[in-house]
Design a protein around this ligand. Structure first.
Ligand SMILES: [Zn+2]
Length: 653
């Protein structure tokens, strides 16, 4: 094990990706029971990996198994440019959990040709290829070639362009043989009007047509993905024995029942139990949770993490939580959309111990769950910041030249270096602990009214809440920031990112698609436009380069407040048209000249825009009686090696 001082976060860089590892601070100080609990939950986090691959695209597993067979047994020359191009392609596919880019959703273009692909398969051990009964390797080649190489086939994982059949245009695997209007009709009949406790309809199933009739294949033991779900259940059953409290045991029992039945009422029941369980040191996420990959925003991808509390950093979020009602009462939103009583916001800082499913290898930075609005309102939610993941990001990004290139002047760069980490962390805390928890719907508003704009608008609402309050005197009074310059650092970073630099993740000529990016772009461009008459935010050209300068921080704060009020109204009233206009007019398009300039400047820095992580290996130690006596952490430095190991040990579909 590496000592903290010589810990190297960097593992590998390829294409637009850097792979890091994360540290498990204080893991050795946990009790044996806690370590045991973490170990079982971590196995449950890895066991569902194949589910996500299949959800992303229905041929992803076949493709991955083919790539794994080639990498481990191809007998040809591995030093040729063609093979190296193949290996790069394979690494990208493994990173994205499929053949579409995890962020842009575009299908990867192989850097080798069809002929070489055939040679690769013919040079691979026959017994390792994922052949169906009676299938020849030539038939496998013929089947996979158009899927990998034909640019028109399965071109996009998720397509949310308005005016197209989003299901037909998306390769993600939540629907098969059905049209968008058929799915909408199918689910319209299932919504119970004015149900105060609506289940998350359609969350855990694939919609297919059987004998001309639209029907659901539910993800559950004995159903769709049953083999992988059974493995998850098996590890969760082990975890019950090592759970820290009886409440946690009860909660796991409900989760297992849900996995066995697929019953969405059980899912809500589980989420209520989970949201109430705020005391334990060790916690986890395991289920079908986020709906970003479904063009209709209904079906959830499988994800999992295991985590444990970081007590030191939790102090900050305790203060925020203790003052949650003050924030709500002083928020600029319309009084009728404020919560009279903000309940149960459990905010804490955690360290990740394992990432799985849709959280691996790209980790979230903060988590705020459960998603169901009525549970959030009546029971509350858990909101966490991921300390060890943020630290890995921060430390690797210091001194890489980015700030020197894009900050307007030295004063801004100095401000960010001095306060950037702290103000970023506080922004995330405010976003997660009070931002998402704030506000309420008007009576009778359909929680799904904002459809494909719901995620972007929700992220915008939480970001604006954080932006508005970070500049408040209250923050200084509470001792959350040392002085006003720290809040300025937060505004500098947000606008520089939203107006300029976040587009480094997007290819020339493309629109912004991802929900968080749309949100940041929409907020930054809206305040820029609104503040133009008073020159509140200025875009400045200096030596052929664009910079952002904020001329009046307090007026900018008022603009954030104004937009927060409007977006809360849009959500509370389910005003789809206004929400759509805000995102489409300010969040989607990129000025092509500016885009080209930013990409060129960024390219010269030679940095990767996307970051993912390898997991540590948790190794249980047993005594001769077969009892677990310890769990050791082994940090992994081999990205491809870990991917292949997961393919060997956690492939259940
Ligand atoms: Zn959020």
């Amino acid at each position: 094990m590496e000592s903290p001082d010589d810990f190297k976060y960097f593992v590998e860089q390829f294409d637009d990706i850097q792979v890091l590892k994360y540290k498990l601070p204080g893991f050795e100080t946990l009790s044996l029971q806690q370590k045991e609990y973490i170990y079982y939950l971590s196995q449950a986090s890895l066991a569902g990996r194949d589910i996500l691959w299949d959800q992303n695209f229905r041929y992803n597993l076949l493709i991955r198994k083919t790539l794994e067979a080639i990498i481990t047994s191809y007998s040809g020359d591995k030093e040729t440019p063609d093979y190296k191009a193949f290996l790069l392609y394979a690494k990208k596919v493994l990173f994205a959990n499929g053949i579409h880019h995890h962020y842009s959703n575009d299908k990867f273009k192989p850097g080798f040709n069809i002929g070489f692909f055939a040679r690769l398969i013919n040079g691979t051990e026959y017994g390792k290829l994922p052949l169906e009964k009676g299938q020849s390797s030539d038939q496998l080649i013929a089947f996979l070639t158009p899927i990998l190489f034909d640019e028109r086939l399965f071109a996009r994982k998720v397509e949310q362009k308005t005016g197209v059949d989003m299901i037909a245009e998306s390769a993600s695997n939540f629907y098969e043989g059905v049209k968008q209007n058929e799915v909408e009709e199918f689910y319209a009949g299932k919504i119970i009007p004015d149900d105060p406790h609506p289940i998350s309809i359609g969350l855990n199933s694939k919609v297919v047509k059987v004998n001309g009739k639209v029907t659901e294949e539910v993800y559950k033991s004995g159903g769709k993905y049953g083999a992988a779900i059974n493995k998850i259940i098996q590890w969760l059953e082990n975890a019950i024995i090592a759970a820290e409290t009886d409440k946690q045991k009860d909660e796991l029992i409900i989760l297992i029942e849900y996995y066995k039945t697929g019953d969405l009422k059980k899912w809500d029941e589980y989420n209520i139990a989970w949201a109430r369980n705020t005391a334990p040191m060790v916690d986890y996420i395991n289920g079908f949770i986020e709906n970003y990959e479904d063009p209709l925003g209904m079906k959830a991808t499988w994800e999992a993490i295991v985590d444990y509390t970081d007590f030191e950093a939790t102090r900050r979020t305790r203060i925020i939580t203790a003052n949650a009602q003050w924030f709500e009462d002083n928020s600029p939103i319309q009084p009728q959309y404020r919560k009279e009583k903000v309940t149960g916001i459990a905010a804490k800082v955690i360290n990740i111990a394992m990432l799985g499913g849709d959280c691996y290898p790209v980790s979230p930075l903060g988590i705020n769950l459960p998603n169901a609005d009525w549970i959030r309102k009546e029971v509350g939610s858990k909101s966490v910041t991921l300390a060890n993941i943020a630290e890995a990001h921060d430390i690797t990004s210091q001194g890489n030249g980015f700030l020197e290139e894009f900050a307007y002047d030295q004063a801004e760069a100095d401000r960010i270096k001095k306060f950037g980490s702290l103000s970023d962390a506080l922004h995330t805390d405010l976003h997660e602990c009070v931002g998402h928890a704030s506000g309420k719907l008007a009576p009778g508003t359909d929680p799904n009214a904002l459809k494909n704009y719901a995620s972007s608008l929700e992220e915008a609402r939480a970001d604006l809440f954080a932006l508005y309050f970070i500049m408040d005197k209250k923050i200084l009074e509470l001792g959350l920031l040392p002085d006003e310059d720290a809040a300025k650092a937060s505004y500098d970073t947000y606008l520089r990112n939203g107006l300029l630099t976040q587009v480094v993740r997007i290819k020339p000529g493309k629109d912004i698609e991802e929900a968080h990016m749309r949100n940041r772009s929409a907020i930054a461009h809206w305040v820029y436009e609104k503040g133009r008459p008073e020159n509140i935010v200025e875009l400045i050209r200096k030596e052929e380069k664009s910079y952002v300068r904020i001329n009046d921080y307090l007026k900018l704060r008022n603009l954030f407040g104004e937009l927060l009020r409007e977006i809360q109204r849009v959500k509370s009233e389910g005003d789809y048209e206004t929400g759509k206009r805000l995102i489409e007019n300010f969040g989607v398009k990129i000025d092509p000249d500016l885009h080209a300039e930013i990409l060129a400047r960024y390219k010269r820095l030679n940095l990767a825009p996307y970051t993912g992580f390898v997991n540590p290996k948790l190794i249980p130690i047993y005594n001769p009686e077969g009892e677990m006596t310890d769990v050791e952490v082994e940090y992994v430095n081999d990205y491809l090696g870990q991917m292949l190991e997961y393919g060997r040990n956690y492939s259940f579909l």
